[in-house]
Write a protein that binds this ligand. Sequence first.
Ligand code: ADP
Length: 390
Amino acid sequence: MDHIITLNAGSSSLKFALFTAEGPEPALICSGAVERIGRPAANLCARMADGEVIADATPGALQDHAGAIDCVLNLLAGHFPSARVVSVGHRIVHGGPDHDRPILLAPDNLNTLEMLEPFAPLHQPFNLQGVRAAMARFPQAQQVACFDTAFHRHHPWVNDTFALPIEYYEMGVRRYGFHGLSYDYISGHLAETAPQVHAGRVVVAHLGNGASMCGMKNGESIGSSMGFSAMDGLPMGTRSGQIDPGALLFLMQQKGMGAAEISDLLYRQSGLLGMSGLSNDMRTLEQSDRPEARRAIEYFTFRARRELGALTAVLGGLDAVVFTGGIGEHSALVRQQICTDMGWFGIDLNPDANGDNARVISTDTSRVQVMVIPTNEELVIARAALGFLI
Ligand code: ADP
């Protein structure tokens, strides 16, 4: 039977899934992740679609991405020996200014994507490593690139630019927006299940280890809190989110910090981890009684409220808010803090529904509907891959 593999490589993780490629919609067979690649606690975990665990181990080869990809492909080959892999779909963080949809990969356009590595040095090289490994392992299969930036490519121009001399825009210094696969999933899900909401003005809050918000009108992105890189906007697990560029000049000019040190500070030492001094994990912070943990959550939700207000102004009003991502889907506390005392804004949260992570967590009389929708980036990738097979 024909199958599709999806690969989603982050800076220290690799998520994967196996789908059947028969029929109009890919059907999930198994999914999993390698986490903490390169560290002693690296782990490979995989489950069947019904939840049965088929792997939970630390194979010796998880010291880098190449080893992790090998382990994943070996695991899939071992468990599903008769699966014929006809396509591999890849999450590629950066598609540059032009790609507004998935593409079929070949060695020549792979070079073009390599040229974008400086724009996303912590993600793009790992994404492309996955492509090369899959090309070597499955030379007959199609390789499909699904870009995190693609969903935002029809932003109005004002949302694409910085107030710099125009040559910098031409050089590529512009706002791309990210988390596009997640937003694409939510947009499609709303179109299917709540067409009236889809047709309206919606802010989607993708709150996970990476966090961003997207304003959508008629299911299309009109603005995103992430900009040139996946660091702007909201604070994240270890990323700072928006920061005054003047503060960076101060660190460089007065404190003598170099590019590598600042990059490490902003990408790895900041956000929830940096503010709390405890953890990048929202669950740990929620369980902690340390004031620093409380303050980190407070700043996270404060910035989300601010972005919600800003995107609402850009949208010209608001019909619905959708929470997704690990925090958005599971943290009643974070959702409650973002939506608290927002009656004036049209948001009236139902505390019981919020506590239950229900699909609709606003009251029946709330002017703005507030929803919780689990995202499914893997399905978006698999659908794109299937689209090229038909
Ligand atoms: P990634 O961006 O790496 O895909 P996820 O979307 O999986 O990350 O989100 C990870 C975040 O979700 C972590 O901060 C984690 O603590 C948080 N999270 C997961 N489950 C819960 C929960 N039950 N309560 C609060 N936070 C949660």
